[in-house]
Write a protein that binds this ligand. Structure first.
Ligand code: ATP
Ligand code: MG
Length: 286
């Protein structure tokens, strides 16, 4: 069935002149402009992934590096899916697996380091999070490793890689630092912890690794603790999270379920989730 001519075409006809072919062809149908425009595929964006590597560091042991790393990674993976990878870079005493309820991971970063597996094959999934776990049973001494080189092939597969570092400032920590684009430093609000955390700042400076900010964990709000404003003054960096000491974290660690899943409304879980969101916003800016 022929469509009745569009209004401009009727107007043209009304003037009693012959309608040029091109007008006849395009009026009432897709405009001339769009016919002449080169066809472009919509919704296809070929943009290579290039993971941003964010490390969780602190010279001091037991401040909550692994707890922070695992909880923010789980939160980020809820929004970013399989674009998030968490890596246990605590090669001499790995325990990221325990925070995920795994005692004996079948494949580990140690297998990849030993050349027994390609790095991609050492990745597993727990609680919806992609992880590169370490082997608790690994008994060998950890020699100099090129973690940056080891993770390089994975950068094309993820948007963010979260590295859980070992404490101290030994060779494995330096290897982890060198692999990072940026780091978050975790501390507790006690004077000795703050004092040793300063060493991590110096190391970051030495290896020219930018610092996103400081997460102050296990805050009890006791009078003997350093007030947050003094922590900020002492360290000279923005505080991007203040996480309370929360027994739900201890329970969740014992259960092998990150607290953001174990007790999502607990005070610490809320703060870890906020830190995950802060980091995601940060990633959109860099
Ligand atoms: N906000 C918190 N409230 C209560 N307990 C916490 C909190 N954060 C961490 N913990 C507990 O502190 C202990 C040490 O935490 P975690 O293993 O994350 O520290 P770490 O800095 O990674 O230690 P390491 O230096 O040995 O790797 C764990 O038992 C964990 O459950
Ligand atoms: Mg740890």
């Amino acid at each position: 069935m022929r469509q009745s001519p569009s209004r401009p075409l009727r107007r043209w006809r009304g003037r009693g002149k012959k309608v040029p072919k091109i007008v006849e062809k395009t009026h009432g149908r897709p405009g001339l402009q769009s016919l002449l425009k080169p066809k472009r595929e919509r919704g296809i964006e070929i943009k290579p992934k290039r993971a941003r590597v964010i490390g969780i560091f602190s010279c001091k042991g037991g401040v909550g590096k692994t707890t922070t790393a695992v909880n923010i990674s789980v939160c980020m993976s809820e929004k970013m899916g399989n674009n998030v990878l968490a890596v246990d870079a605590n090669l001499s005493a790995p325990n990221l697996c325990l925070h995920l309820g795994e005692l004996e991971p079948k494949v580990t970063i140690h297998d990849a380091l030993a050349g027994e597996l390609p790095i991609e094959k050492a990745i597993t999934e727990y609680h919806g999070l992609q992880v590169l776990l370490g082997s608790i049973a690994y008994g060998e001494e950890v020699h100099l490793v090129d973690l940056k080189g080891l993770l390089e092939p994975l950068k094309a597969e993820y948007k963010v890689i979260i590295i859980d570092s070992a404490p101290g400032i030994g060779s494995e920590v330096v290897a982890a630092l060198k692999a990072c684009d940026e780091i978050i430093i975790v501390t507790n609000p006690e004077v000795p912890t703050i004092a040793s955390t300063l060493k991590t700042f110096r190391a970051a400076e030495r290896y020219k690794v930018p610092i996103v900010g400081v997460a102050v964990n296990k805050v009890r709000g006791e009078p003997y603790e350093l007030p947050i404003r003094d922590v900020k003054k002492a360290l000279g960096w923005p505080i991007i999270a203040v996480v309370p000491e929360d027994r739900k974290v201890c329970e969740s660690t014992a259960a092998g379920i990150p607290v953001v899943r174990y007790e999502p409304k607990s005070p610490a879980a809320v703060k870890f989730r906020e830190l995950g969101e802060t980091l995601m916003k940060h990633l959109t800016k860099v």
